[in-house]
Design a binder for this molecule. Sequence first.
Ligand SMILES: Cc1cc2nc3c(=O)[nH]c(=O)nc-3n(C[C@H](O)[C@H](O)[C@H](O)COP(=O)(O)OP(=O)(O)OC[C@H]3O[C@@H](n4cnc5c(N)ncnc54)[C@H](O)[C@@H]3O)c2cc1C
Length: 369
Amino acid sequence: MSLLSYSVWCQNSAFISRFAGQGHYHFPMSKSNVSKISVAVIGAGLSGLTCAQHLQDHGFDVTIFEKSRGKGGRMSTRRSDEGLSFDHGAQYFTVRNPIFQNHVDEWGLDGIVDVWDAQIGTLSNGTYEPKEDETLRYVGVPGMSNIGSHLAAELDVHLETLVAPPVRSEESWVITDEHDFVLDEFEYVITSVPAAQSAVLLHAAPELQRIAKSVKMTGCWAVMLSFPQSLELSFDAAFVHDSPLSWISKNNSKPGRDAKPETWILHASPEWSEVHLADDKEDVLPTLIKSFWQATGLEARQPQSQNAHRWRYALPSEPLKERCLFDPELKIGACGDWCGGPRVEGAFLSGYDVSSRMIASVQALSNTH
Ligand SMILES: Cc1cc2nc3c(=O)[nH]c(=O)nc-3n(C[C@H](O)[C@H](O)[C@H](O)COP(=O)(O)OP(=O)(O)OC[C@H]3O[C@@H](n4cnc5c(N)ncnc54)[C@H](O)[C@@H]3O)c2cc1C
């Protein structure tokens, strides 16, 4: 952590200590109460990992299934064939909630996140306007995906396992993969995947499925570029106007990244991405790279490397007001950034909320017995 960020950290921690113990969810529960309760969490993005960790801390027996090869979901880092790293999903995150701040402070002390002290502004057709604000922007170090790996370190995560809709048997949920191979049976299931994918997985819980179906998520094309020489731009990142792009950032201006070559991330706007979601990456790359030169006002030059990634479900257009969905009778729930808040912080709070509701529900059941 740089000295500057460390001092910001200390100020923040002072802020936090004022909130210590004021979290809304505290369920003192002995582990023996819940040691036999098994839970399947589908998805190893931030919401699923947060939910799983909170449940495991309370003694639940948690298993996570993740379809991809890595942890972190949309908060991830892509390694190129040339060995370069790009945060091609979430760029940074901000913190408002004291419970989240507590966790972020701990991650900071563990060396997993740092403050990105970036020059950020707006950009339109070559004209840059700096944006003066006091916002603290946090990033994972040395990449966004390190947060997911850190959270998953002590969890039982099964990667490359695409889960099919869970099936209700008498007393449990049967979890199978896409080849109908039975993975195991669990007392509770939590889905932590984007809304449309949750709707599919919630097949046996029609009311929750109906709510998940009502949330639309927009896509995003992300472009990853590297240049052997610096582009000599005066800023680190910008919100782009009047362009197919909505955001550009110098990836290696973030703390803990390699200084060379210079790496850039471009995000197409939700409107442009939605129209071009079905296009091939070879078709979208030239348009978005040309837009980069137009937005920055620089003369076009050949990148050292270029690639694009399609996020089919990037951000919810209008997230639910509820932070999570949970049916205590059916013993199934759902979380994700489409519940309660559309960003990293929203995903964390959603995972925290659904696990808190499950803990409270089990506590209530054990009190009646
Ligand atoms: C391009 C882009 C830019 C963004 N920028 C920012 C930003 O700057 N700041 C910010 O705060 N937020 C940003 N976000 C949003 C942020 O990344 C998300 O809000 C957050 O990461 C969502 O976490 P999640 O756990 O809800 O979902 P996800 O991260 O999507 O996790 C869901 C996981 O479930 C897995 N999965 C799906 N279906 C199945 C299945 N059937 N079986 C097993 N696994 C399955 C997926 O592979 C994935 O790993 C951005 C997102 C994108 C895409």
